[in-house]
Design a protein. Structure first.
Length: 200
């Protein structure tokens, strides 16, 4: 069962995206498909994310030249499993890249080992315990977790992490609506996922 708030937010996010006319939609994911995906990848969608995908699956369009992601919408139905795994691993892999090739070290992990390989191994162990982030579109992510909704959407690029929406509804406006305008004084997102919120 997903919350009424999650259903409302997900449906509104789907409506906002549909109104842009940028994408066509396939039928939404069924309960059986959600169950298969969550079992396959070991996470549960947040309620609003689930309701969004149940309303309809956005269809990827051919990428523009120079576009980072050839298929920014995760292809949960019939997509390549390795590609989906890579997209799910993107946030953690980005942190590991900055540990290995940069000076990043999370304060909560204690003292950084002097040896780069040892630091990478330690970071990898610590990252097994961080909340799972689920791709919404390209490198925009929501925390996983049945029974939750309203999380800010995060843009993940290694340890350069920024807010991209107060929630899924606001994100659709900010990412896809050309007349979105500037964020006002009231735009104050608050990240909910431990560890990731500390990198913002």
């Amino acid at each position: 069962m997903i919350s009424e708030e999650g259903k409302r937010r997900g449906a509104e996010a789907a409506r906002r995206l549909a109104e842009t006319g940028l994408y066509e939609f396939e039928p939404g994911l069924t309960d059986a498909e959600f169950e298969r995906i969550e079992r396959e990848f070991g996470f549960e969608f947040a309620d609003d994310h689930r309701a969004f995908l149940a309303a309809g699956l956005p269809v990827n369009v051919p990428p523009e030249e120079g576009q980072t992601w050839s298929k920014p919408w995760p292809e949960w139905r019939g997509g390549d499993l390795d590609s989906l795994r890579d997209q799910l691993a993107w946030p953690v892999q980005g942190v590991l890249l900055d540990v290995e090739h940069g000076s990043f070290w999370y304060e909560g992990w204690g003292e950084r080992p002097a040896d780069r390989a040892a630091a990478l191994d330690a970071a990898r162990r610590h990252l097994l315990d961080v909340p799972v982030l689920v791709p919404v579109y390209a490198h925009r992510y929501l925390p996983a977790g049945r029974g939750s909704s309203g999380h800010p959407v995060l843009s993940m690029w290694q340890t350069d992490i920024i807010y991209y929406g107060l929630d899924l509804v606001d994100y659709m406006h900010r990412e896809f609506d050309e007349i979105r305008g500037e964020a006002g004084e009231s735009w104050k997102p608050r990240a909910t996922a431990p560890f990731w919120r500390d990198l913002l």
